[in-house]
Every structure is written in C-alpha cells, then in structure tokens.
Design a protein around this ligand. Structure first.
Ligand SMILES: [Zn+2]
Length: 382
C-alpha cells in the first residue's frame, strides 16, 4: 500500500535565496490574482471560463510584459493556476467567487518534483538530503534545513514541496509517497473514548486527557493593543506583528504536538477504538478565545486517528451520535433521562445503585456499543 506523508522542515535560506523565495511567493500570488480576475470576467460574459491548462499556455505571453515572472520557478506559477481551478470548482458548487490572495496572508508557494532521465540517470527537481541536512529546490539550489534529527533517510518518492514563510521564518513541507507494509493484527483490545471540551478525552479505561493548550489571552490582547498603537509602516509595528505571529505559531505547534501524542498513544495501546460520530461544529462554541485558534481539536484528533489506524492496521469504529451514552447505566442498562442535563457530572443509578462519573460511564457504553457493531461486522464472515 502506498501512502502520502508530509515532512515539515525549517529552512535557513541565505539572503539571496530569501529574496528569491519572497519573489516567487509574490509572483505566484500575482498569477493567481491575474487569472482569477480573468476567470471572473470571462465567466460573467460567457457562463464558463478557461481551464488551468489553457491559462498555463498564456503565461509566456504574460511574461513578455512582466519580465520578472521569468526569474522564478515556473512550476510554482503553474501550480498556482491549478489551485485557482480547485477554488473555482468550489465556486461552481455554490460558494461565492474565490477571493483574491493578499500579501501577508498567503505567504507560500507549491512546486512539484519533476523527474527527468538523461543517459540512464534520473534527475529530480527536488532533492532531500537528510545526512547533510539540505534540500535542493528549483531555482534556489541548495538550502540548509533542520528537523527529523532521528531520521537518516526517508525512502520514498518526493511528490511536491510547499515553501512557506511564517512569522518571519521559512519552512518547507515535503510530500513523500512511501510504501507501507501493514502489520497483521488480530484485534484483542478495545477502548471507548468520550470526547468533550474540558477533558478532551475520557476513556473506558478511566484515563482522562486534558486539553493542555493554554492560551495566554492577556498577553495576546496586550500585544494586539500595542500593535494598534504603532504607526503603520513603522519598524515597531513590524516587530510587534512578528511577536503576535510567533505567539500564534507556538500555540498551533503545541496543539499539533498534543494531537500527535494523544493519537499515537491510543493507536499503540489499542486495536479497536470506538468514538461517537460527533457533530463537532455544534460543540465549538466560544471555548477558544483567539481568532484562528477556535478550532476544536476533537475533529482533528478523529481525522488523525483515522489515518493512523489505516497505517497501523487498527480499527476505528464510530457509533451513532444520538446513542444516549451518558444516560445509560453501564452495569444494568437502565436509562436515566435526568442525566441529559449536562451539569450533572456524577449520578447514582436508581436501579443497581452504582455510582457513576458521567464521562467514564459514557466511555464504557461507547466501548460496548462499538463492540456490538464490530461483532455484527464479523458475523457476515462466519
Ligand atoms: Zn444500574
């Protein structure tokens, strides 16, 4: 089985390389916006517009007028037009016109690995060398990188790279197709997990995993205020902006880390993982203050769990979100409708007098419901 994996490295370009990266980002944005404008105008007139392939043929013509387009990686410009096509497909499906890209928001470009063979030797436009900690990218040549210290080599086919500028730093995310040999596993363990907000996860083994991401809202608000006091275009304003961006970046990274740790542990320790099929949007509410960070990690946890399960031959079973997992006593099956009230964290079963902790009891029920589903699934093979 082939899988696609992304590896993110910090890049240390020299001044000249920085300049070229910035220029490529700018050119990709320019091409995107130029042809978006073209597409909208054409669509308004004819009800349809040129495909990415047809637009690509027009780049040389545009470059005659805008010489600087010739200086950058041409693959990045082409990729930008395929991105535009994807955005326009969403427009056909009913969302509004795609937005124009603005500076300071979309600071990245993508380039594909182009393979050539010459006299029996194979050449790649992107080359990763973990031993010497360098990456070769079109037009930029060799750039120093850092990351994945424990890996000496990644065996696989490089598909593409996204070069990104974030909070004044440079990163490259390399997409690699790898051959995956799945381990054979006969499931012997199962876990139910109840997903919440304060305790992100409570398991049927009665483990509680908190959401450890703390956002220092006071500092963030202070910085935002500081920013609004700085004169536009001033050096201080730039510095302040960078500080805010770094803070966001830190939180995002901590979040990613937390999600990987949680999912790695769950996948490693259990063969079958049962969760509810949650409507995450309705759960979001106002729990995460800062804008852009208000995504609830739960949907991300489930997404990551799903692909890691495929990689490791483990199973994720999702049960109906309307199954009243918190109301049912996991000992005697009595359904206590009073527990619907979310403020009830502990309750005693009126029938068997077991004392329940709300989320733990729910997790156990989720586990049993998942087991039931799994047995039904097995039955078709018996
Ligand atoms: Zn009971």
């Amino acid at each position: 089985m082939k899988i696609l994996k992304g590896y993110v490295f910090r890049m240390y370009p020299n001044e000249k390389q920085k300049e070229l990266i910035n220029q490529t980002i700018g050119c990709s944005r320019f091409v995107y916006n130029y042809f978006l404008d073209d597409k909208i105008k054409e669509y308004k007139k004819k009800g349809k517009s040129k495909s990415a392939f047809d637009q690509i043929k027009l780049i040389p013509l545009l470059s005659k007028d805008k010489e600087w387009l010739k200086e950058v990686d041409s693959c990045a410009l082409r990729t930008s037009l395929f991105n535009l096509e994807d955005a326009f497909k969403r427009f056909y499906k009913g969302s509004g016109y795609p937005r124009f890209k603005s500076k300071g928001v979309h600071e990245s470009y993508k380039t594909n690995n182009i393979k050539n063979s010459y006299k029996g030797k194979e050449y790649n436009s992107i080359k990763l060398d973990l031993k010497n900690k360098t990456i070769i990218l079109p037009k930029l040549k060799e750039i120093k990188i850092r990351g994945y210290r424990n890996k000496k080599v990644i065996i696989g086919d490089i598909k593409s790279a996204v070069i990104k500028k974030e909070a004044g730093r440079y990163y490259v995310s390399v997409l690699i197709e790898e051959e995956l040999i799945k381990p054979t596993i006969i499931p012997t363990s199962i876990i139910g997990i109840d997903l919440g907000i304060k305790d992100l996860i409570v398991t049927s083994h009665n483990e509680k995993i908190e959401n450890k991401i703390k956002i220092n809202a006071k500092r963030l608000i202070g910085l935002q205020r500081g920013l609004s006091r700085c004169k536009s275009g001033s050096k201080n304003r730039y510095k302040m902006k960078l500080k805010i961006q770094r803070m966001y970046q830190k939180i995002r990274n901590a979040r990613k880390h937390m999600i990987h740790n949680i999912t790695n542990k769950l996948i490693k320790e259990n063969d079958i993982i049962v969760t509810e099929n949650l409507d995450v949007k309705s759960m979001q509410k106002n729990h995460y203050i800062a804008k852009g960070l208000n995504e609830n990690p739960i949907s991300e946890i489930i997404r990551v769990l799903k692909y890691k399960a495929v990689w490791n031959n483990k199973r994720i079973i999702q049960i109906d979100r309307y199954y009243p997992s918190s109301q049912i006593c996991n000992i005697c099956n009595y359904q206590n409708k009073k527990v619907k009230d979310l403020s009830i964290r502990k309750w005693e079963c009126p029938i068997c007098h077991t004392n329940h902790e709300r989320d733990y009891n729910a997790a156990v029920n989720i586990m049993f419901k998942g087991l039931e589903k799994y047995m039904l699934y097995l039955k078709q093979y018996i």
